[in-house]
Unconditional design. Sequence first.
Length: 294
Amino acid sequence: MAIPVARRVRRVALLGAVALLVAGRSTCDASAALSGAKLCRKAFNVQGRTYAQKRFALVLGCADKLLKCELVAEIDGANAAACRASMAASCAKRLTGSVSALGKAALRFESKTGPACQTPDYDYAAAASTGPGGLWFSTDPTCGASIDLPTFLACVRDEVDTHMDELVSAVKPRTGILFDNVGLGAAFPHLVRPPLVDALVSASGGTLVDPGTLSVPAGSALRVAGDATTLPCGGTAGDGILVITVGTQQQRLTEPYDGTATFGPWVAGSALPYTIQLQDSVCSGLVSGTVNVP
């Protein structure tokens, strides 16, 4: 019995559709490397953006909190010590250590990006390649020579840190000094600082040594450190305080005087009074002078 023309047309169309479906599945199976490349590329895009935004927000937020403390002190003459200590503790909790918000964000970047770029179908060698299908990671001037994916990810994250911290410094130029003055600066070396002039405060025979007039070039900052050998004066360890005031800015260094206090920077033609006061159970002293900015 002859098959109607309409039925034959439908049968041919169905067979054609099945053939296309099978061919399409074969094409997908043959493009596992392409799928891997897309997955790796997307992971870097999404996780890199997420980490960069998180770091920027956390560092900028802490800079803003510390800046508020200084502005109240400089404009209204309030004592910023309590505010500074509270904000410093809060920022240290959010920014330092592997369990901090910033530490967890860094870990997520590496733990979520790494597996996407190290699969049986597409691995770090393929991603680093400049050949067909490569993502050209090997051309990165800083990180391109990384020997493996974990090393490359850590290097790239450091590059992100640099760019984000420089951006924070552009938005809030005092950030580097603010972080240095509360002991957070060492963990953020990419924050921009002005050129520094160092001054060491010491004591002789229980009396503060007068540093005299301090000359600081325009655009530079003054970094004051305490001499841990002579300032303790032989008293009870840990009870000494050095209070440094330059203009409207005031910072404190406590025994064992292993930190620094940074002031400025200033414009040319400035002349700011300074005082340095030592408070200790055995000795005390007060010297004053001028910071000259020619």
